[in-house]
Design a protein around this ligand. Sequence first.
Ligand code: 6PG
Length: 245
Amino acid sequence: MIRVFADPEGLSHGAAELFAAEAGRAAAGRGRFSVALAGGATPRRTYELLASPDFRDRIPWGQVHVFWGDERCVPADDLRSNQRLAREALLDQVPLPAAQIHPMVCAGAADASALAYQRLLQDFFSPAAPRFDLILLGLGEDGHTASLFPGSGALEERERWVASVQKPAEPFARLTLTLPLLNRAALVVFLVSGAQKAAILARALTEKAGEGSLPVRRVRPRNGTLLWLADRAAAQLVPPQTRLR
Ligand code: 6PG
């Protein structure tokens, strides 16, 4: 299901509205809201809006628990850090208890860091199975999402919830949630903006399930909802029958 917005600002506003609605529903229903944030550039405006007067007082920050879908193993103040993006645009601006912010920490071997984050998730969700209320994801032009890149062994992970990956030519490792965890979420929302994503978005939405090797096509929540939010530039090649206003 895809919703198309006129422009990046409309997309970001739509995403913030959805975040606020889901946070309110989860907090009212279960006393807490667990969300995994996306990295990359697209979600920044959504995060800024969530911290703005239009949204900040509508969200029960005291019941929000923030995680990440992936992280680059760089210092937390590095411009490439997904944690830095979220803290600057949102987390440092809202009354969210520090103990409820769970960054992916790369301390020492990446594999051990992945295991440490898995334990953190197990503690948080136990005794229930891990099921995020909301996972925000981006879409790379090669069809990757989080740090699940085409051909990556992490795509074949069936057990572990967090994997460490090395993107070729990148001088740092990454940590990423894996498909077993992504596909347990109650709601997965992709945010896609810009004409440069038009080809990959159309392919992601029209490729038959099981066809091709796009990582993003493997994100299919079993007992959850998958939603695409895109601006018109990104959705320009998506067949009209696929769209939902
Ligand atoms: C990352 C992101 C990655 C991102 C896509 C889209 O850490 O790189 O998690 O999956 O969401 O690459 O990035 P943009 O929003 O910058 O286009």
